[in-house]
Design a binder for this molecule. Structure first.
Ligand code: GLU
Ligand code: ZN
Length: 301
């Protein structure tokens, strides 16, 4: 039998969870810097997790670049894919068994159902407006399939009749229920299930665990005490709180950072190449300079 991982776990455990889908830009650096400062201020640990599940967008070169750019900028972590730690592996692509176990719990608890709708089907059936974060609110077309599917065995492939599209698995949200949490930066946040967000995918039709599931499962498994992320993920936090609840897990605290704007007041998009850390570094910028120019108080928006 393995000994339990680490007997004294520090009270504060924060994390950086980049996805290697492109070069890191200043928007990431800002959120991560807040995460690192929160960990320092609380005398805690910072964990690096490589969110590399999306193999269609994931490229090896970005993983190496990501680690290098993070170190260059001044980030330091005490557990991660490069150094290991008590909650290894830290690459999501190596953690499939965790997601499968969570999915099985959701299936047994009747929280999920297979959905064979295409994006176009959903667009055509949607009458409600978009969710608070611009996702389409799923109209519930496949909700009724849950029971027959569970009786049939409950594997994603059991929900896929021959010749049809591979089923995704969706979380059935409790319509009308208020999901609220006290954000450590923004105060009380309140979202209504079925109105601010609808049934969301936890397992994609191509067999890849969706972000909402993998993220909640790993933050819990790695004993993260506070998740620092951008305010664009507020509604996802509400979704993930429902996953924690369904899995019988206690959610961490959340600290959402205001989104960073560029000089024109535009939100820094992920692939804004001119502002990737690589490009800035190539142009002679130093981390100190970038931090004082971009990470100073009052720049958020
Ligand atoms: N890997 C995710 C991203 O980069 C993590 C988001 C989060 O939960 O902080 O978008
Ligand atoms: Zn459907």
């Amino acid at each position: 039998m393995n000994p339990p991982p680490q007997t004294s776990i520090p009270a504060y455990r924060g994390r950086l969870a980049p996805s290697p889908t492109g070069y890191l830009h200043l928007g990431h650096a800002r959120t991560f810097w807040v995460a690192q400062q929160r960990a320092e201020q609380n005398g805690g640990e910072l964990i690096l997790r490589n969110d590399d599940l999306d193999s269609t967008r994931y490229q090896m070169e970005f993983v190496d670049a990501m680690l290098e750019d993070l170190r260059w900028f001044g980030f330091e972590w005490s557990e991660g894919p490069d150094i290991g730690g008590p909650f290894a592996p830290y690459n999501q692509s190596e953690r499939m068994s965790f997601y499968q176990a969570a999915l099985e719990k959701l299936r047994v608890g009747n929280f999920i159902y297979p959905c064979t709708c295409s994006r176009k089907d959903i667009q055509q059936a949607v009458t409600a407006p978009h969710a608070a974060d611009d996702e389409l609110i799923y109209p519930g077309t496949c909700r009724a399939k849950g029971d027959e599917w569970r009786v049939a065995g409950g594997k994603p492939e059991d929900a896929t009749p021959p010749g049809t599209r591979h089923a995704a698995l969706r979380f059935r949200v409790p319509d009308g229920e208020t999901v609220s949490f006290h954000d450590q930066n923004l105060g009380l946040q309140t979202f209504v299930a079925g109105k601010d967000f609808g049934d969301f995918v936890v397992w994609r039709g191509d067999g890849v665990p969706a972000y909402q599931l993998s993220c909640a499962v790993d933050d819990a498994a790695m004993r993260i005490s506070e998740v620092v992320r951008g305010a664009d993920l507020l509604v996802s936090t509400a979704r993930q709180i429902l996953i924690y609840r369904a899995l019988g897990l206690a959610p961490p605290q959340f600290f959402h950072c205001e989104l960073m704007l560029d000089d024109q007041g535009q939100r820094l998009a992920k692939r804004h190449d001119a502002l990737s850390l690589r490009t800035l570094r190539g142009q002679g910028s130093t981390p100190t300079e970038l931090r004082s120019r971009w990470l100073s108080a009052g720049r958020g928006g």
